[in-house]
Design a protein around this ligand. Structure first.
Ligand SMILES: Cc1ncc(COP(=O)(O)O)c(C=O)c1O
Length: 355
């Protein structure tokens, strides 16, 4: 794939204080784009100065929501080199999301090549302190101007990148979550298992209401019965009850998280009892009441492992592990981060050095 590169005339000022990076506000100097045209497939791959897109007001993404995206990171290792973590899995998931939304797939190798070129061009933006990284947001949108409801014929795929710090202001301090028993995020058969804007739009009101009450995130229950635990806003959830580590099975309504998959791999590798099974919220609360719920934590690219210190359900608060980070959560965090930042050998083949 021949990528045409147009460099920015003026480079932006890079953030001076890496401890103040936050999440999702800063973009680098360049972005990658390519267009999909009927009969031609993906064409015109290019890297351009970061800037606004120009799209028709009738572009179908703005009306019927044909959009899919990904979220992943590049890390600056202890040795100063740049690394990606399970990037192929992100592009494979993007393609599964695209197929569900009747959108064209991208060639995974070409997308990875484009991403690496973009990162290398803006490599000075990758922050240096541990816990910071370069966040990568691939996005695909329907650009065909048309107001009848059907899949679009033309699309834009683009990748933007930017330096980030912690996703939650709590960092590794345990978060408080609110078990949502009124609103629903996604039903089996719908879009819950793919990464598309509708799922996030559906989650906003519940998340805002929970935030006003002092919670970091909501924990979603299944749409049919509001009984089985699904996932949290942008994380999959794990519970340690007695010696069993439990996470919700991939049955269509939750996102198959790549961090979730890494955690499952690691704990099985360590010989621990790992179950992908439905967990009734009443059973989880019962375990919290009688001291059998040892740990609860979320997993996701943004926070890696986010310990849960308090769960609130039907007006009652349940403290988990005395409100502190559990042993397993801490071990998982340490091991995954050590692989990502190339502080340890990677026995799983997840890390890729790009420069
Ligand atoms: C709804 C949802 N669940 C789970 C996750 C965690 O997925 P991953 O580990 O691939 O980042 C995310 C973040 O991408 C998400 O948005």
């Amino acid at each position: 794939m021949e990528i045409k590169i147009t460099r920015a005339d003026h480079l932006k000022k890079k953030p001076a204080d890496e401890s103040e990076l936050g999440f999702g506000d800063i973009s680098t100097d360049h972005m990658f784009l390519m267009d999909y045209e009927p009969g031609e497939g993906w064409r015109n791959p290019r890297i351009e100065p970061y800037g606004p897109l120009s799209i028709d007001p009738a572009a179908m993404v703005l009306h019927y929501g044909q959009e899919v995206f990904e979220g992943l990171k590049a890390y600056r290792g202890r040795d100063g080199s740049l690394y990606l973590f399970r990037v192929r899995d992100n592009f494979l998931r993007l393609n599964r999301s695209a197929a569900r939304l009747c959108m064209p797939e991208v060639d995974v190798d070409s997308a990875m090549e484009a991403l690496k070129k973009l990162i290398l061009l803006d490599r000075d933006w990758v922050p240096r302190s541990r816990g910071t990284s370069l966040y990568i947001r691939p996005n695909m949108i329907a650009t065909e101007p048309h107001l009848g409801v059907r899949p679009a014929k033309a699309y834009l795929f683009y990748i933007i990148i930017g330096p980030v710090g912690a996703y939650y202001k709590e960092g590794l301090n345990p978060v408080k979550i609110y078990v949502e028993d009124r609103y629903v995020r996604a039903a089996v058969g719908g879009l819950g298992e793919v990464k598309t804007l509708a799922n996030y739009a559906a989650s906003l009101l519940a998340a805002e209401e929970a935030k006003k009450k002092g919670f970091t995130q909501v924990l979603w229950l299944d749409a049919a019965e509001r009984r089985f635990i699904e996932e949290v806003g942008t994380m999959n959830m794990f519970f340690v009850i007695d010696d069993e580590i439990i996470t919700a099975p991939l049955k269509g309504s939750i996102l198959p998280g790549i961090t979730r998959d890494s955690v499952i791999h690691m704990v099985k590798d360590w010989g621990l009892k790992m179950s992908e099974r439905f967990l009734d919220v009443d059973d989880m609360i019962g375990a919290a009441q009688n001291g059998r719920l040892k740990e609860a934590f979320g997993t996701g690219t943004a926070a890696v492992i986010s310990p849960v210190g308090q769960i609130t359900y039907k007006g009652k608060n349940y403290v988990v592990n005395h409100g502190t980070m559990g042993e397993l959560s801490q071990k998982l965090y340490n091991e995954i981060v050590a692989i990502q930042y190339a502080e340890k050998p990677d026995p799983y083949g997840w890390r890729e050095k790009i420069a």
